[in-house]
Design a protein around this ligand. Sequence first.
Ligand code: PBG
Length: 333
Amino acid sequence: MRPTQAPFPAGRLRRTRSSAALRSMVQETTLGVGDLIWPVFVRDGDGVTEDVPSMPGVQRRSVDLTVKAAAEAAELGIPAICLFPYTDPALKTEGCEEAWNPENLSNRAIRAIKREVPEIAVMTDIALDPYNINGHDGIVVDGEIVNDETLEALVKMGLAQAEAGADILGPSDMMDGRIGALRTALEQARHPNVTIMSYAAKYASAFYGPFRDAVGASGALKGDKKTYQMNPANSDEAMRLIERDLSEGADMVMVKPGLAYLDICRRVKETFGAPTFAYQVSGEYAMIEAAAQNGWIDGEKVMLESLMAFKRAGCDGILTYFAPRVARLLKDG
Ligand code: PBG
């Protein structure tokens, strides 16, 4: 219920904006380091970092340096990191078997981080695209992304991640039934506390372009992902997906991409009151960085403003490549 505002001059709304002290007293939303989840790219090797060309300031790191980055993130107070492996093209197959190899890059990284930096929560991505010769999130049979066969693969993948010590599983594949299948399998395998953050409202978006470069999936992808990711024109459908994933056992839900979908974030939070996260995806990051590098915007200010917008829209947290930079800024005041 909106209180009626007194007319001018009683209602001079500029009064509460007239000094920094007053502005801080009436500030409705805050951004804190506890709101951040940091997505990181992992590659093989030892002591290696490699720049991602389409994401200036973002690197792929070998497992040892990923552990070091996790330790720095924990030191800054970042509660969680999310791992994305850059997989050797030679390991990609039609059946995506590498996805549930207990010794794959992602699982090795999970184990190493949980051993050295147990206090940081490790989140994973569940989708077959890093391991799929077709670049798709699901198994492809005769040109079709087949739902139920994919579920079996996703469950094996998720269980291997849970065994390796992952705290939060992030199914990003958009197959039907995956949350229920994973939840049942986790219970049976006695992993009752492994949390699921469902990429529940994930749109078929052109904003993922730089990410696909970062994980080496751009070249592989045949066609598009429109038969499983959502149409950017839809909002009611997002509500149905969120409702279903929560009922199947998701603990937290995500909207992705972020900035162009703040109306969805707001609607999800208001409708379900569940822990709601947004992913400020690679293309959003790249746009801000590119404009900042050209001197066209103040990158730091736009970064903070964009993240505050997620909080204002109702999000409980944000996956953002800016996480360590923001954390450092917040620490230095
Ligand atoms: C894998 C996945 C993608 C992203 C996160 N997990 C790409 C896609 O669906 O094509 C994108 C993240 C980003 O752009 O930052 N399914």
